[in-house]
Design a protein around this ligand. Structure first.
Ligand code: HEM
Length: 399
């Protein structure tokens, strides 16, 4: 981008990326108002901030795609459903979709999740307080993934370590070499581990997703490499996102006592709480695309190779779509118009599973821990540039 072009985006040229981690909304909403598509000099990429523009770009896979060599998700994980388009994308996603459908989750997964959740709560119910992220919210999604894949629960410790390396790599917008290479080592270890499990499940099939992929009739089966690659992105997608949804919802409820009171009396409000949490405190801040063909949109001439970051966080607070958008309001009529799970071909595979995990987690916490809430003396707001959640959350209750 030339200096003259940079001058078209004066706000983007001065945007301080580091400060977005603490609170992205004031800067991003100003940008949305004044430069709805802006060039962010510090990151060498465009930001798209309006709901309608984000929706448009995420649905235009002819010009804006996820996987190129300049994509962090491709660099870290190689080819899988999130880095391909068209037929190959449908083939990968189609083969794994079944266990992520609401009916399947209700009938086959919810009871297991409830057991996992209850057994974690058993471990701290008598304490009266707990740091909820490490003792609970970070563990439920890993345990659920192990269950889904048919892997032993003892694998939790390895998966957590690998996951932390993956997450750093996916937020490595500066392309730090040490972060890349650590993640690649962990990816390799993950593949070796999964390959052993595939072999084991061929000899001892069970009802899990991995077993059904490994034992599918040969003509329609993904290769082992394809299974491993797609398993990895599913696993990656399902961890800190769910952790964040649980913690961000508890943060939202604890800072809106009136809503929390209503929810304690009527747990059927929880789905609304979760939807509004995904909008108001998006666990995933953006969806990155790469331009594959020169094109013009919204008055901006995009060039092949440009990176375009669709800012889900800003889109979810767009006043054109949501009235009083900065307010946490579970009664808003347009609750489901948020795009916190993205939209278009790559929209989240695991959104229903995420909703189920978080709903069960909150239901059981509220039911079993009387008057549980974030300790107001040690309140911690969500933070983070790409994945946002409280770094720790001290939960207290009457006992
Ligand atoms: C609150 C929880 C979650 C949020 C906010 C979230 C958000 C997202 C977003 C924004 C995308 C689109 C990324 C893009 O287009 O660049 C996505 C895709 C994806 N998510 Fe989620 N996610 C959540 C939970 C999960 C869970 C539980 C799983 C799996 C168990 C999962 C698996 C995936 C996969 C595999 C994709 C790629 C889909 C494709 O390329 O077609 N996610 N998610």
């Amino acid at each position: 981008m030339t200096m003259a072009e940079t001058n078209h985006f004066p706000l983007g040229a001065r945007l301080s990326v580091a400060s977005l981690s603490k609170d992205p909304y004031p800067q991003l909403l100003e940008l949305q108002h004044q430069e709805p598509i802006s060039w962010i000099a510090e990151l060498n990429m465009y930001y798209v901030l309006r709901h309608s523009d984000v929706e448009y770009i995420l649905k235009d896979a002819e010009h804006f795609i996820t996987g190129t060599e300049s994509s962090l998700v491709y660099d870290t994980f190689g080819e899988h459903m999130m880095t391909v388009e068209g037929k190959q994308h449908q083939r990968y996603k189609g083969k794994v979709r079944k266990p992520f459908m609401p009916k399947f989750i209700r009938e086959n997964i919810e009871t297991e999740i409830t057991c996992l959740v209850d057994s974690l709560i058993d471990g701290f119910q008598n304490k009266g307080q707990i740091e909820l992220r490490s003792a609970f919210a970070s563990r439920i999604p890993v345990q659920t993934m192990l269950q889904l894949f048919g892997l032993p629960q003892q694998d939790e410790k390895y998966l957590r370590c690998w996951y932390n390396d993956f997450e750093r790599a996916l937020a490595n917008f500066q392309w730090d070499e040490a972060i890349r290479s650590k993640a690649k080592t962990s990816v390799e270890e993950f593949h070796q581990h999964l390959q052993q499990s595939i072999g084991h499940l061929r000899e001892h099939p069970n009802a899990s997703l991995l077993s059904s992929l490994a034992n599918a009739p040969e003509a329609e089966r993904l290769t082992d490499e394809e299974i491993r690659h797609n398993a990895l992105i599913i696993f990656f997608g399902g961890i800190s996102t769910v952790e964040a949804l649980i913690l961000n919802a508890l943060y939202a409820l604890s800072t809106h006592a009136d809503v929390f009171e209503r929810v304690r009396k009527d747990l059927s409000l929880l789905p609304k709480v979760l939807e509004e949490t995904v909008r108001w405190a998006a666990p995933v801040q953006s969806a990155t695309r790469h331009v594959v063909k020169d094109c013009e949109y919204g008055g901006v001439k995009f060039k092949k190779g440009d990176t375009v970051n669709c800012m889900l966080n800003a889109a979810n607070r767009d006043p054109e779509v949501f009235s009083d958008a900065n307010r946490f309001d579970i009664d808003r009529p347009d609750l489901r118009r948020h795009i916190g799970f993205a939209t278009g071909g790559h929209s989240c595979l695991g959104s229903h599973l995420a909703r189920a995990e978080a709903r069960i987690a909150l239901e059981r916490l509220i039911t079993r821990l009387p008057n549980c809430r974030m300790d107001p003396g040690r309140a911690s707001a969500p933070e983070g540039y790409e994945f946002r959640q409280p770094l720790s959350l001290q939960l207290i209750w009457n006992h």
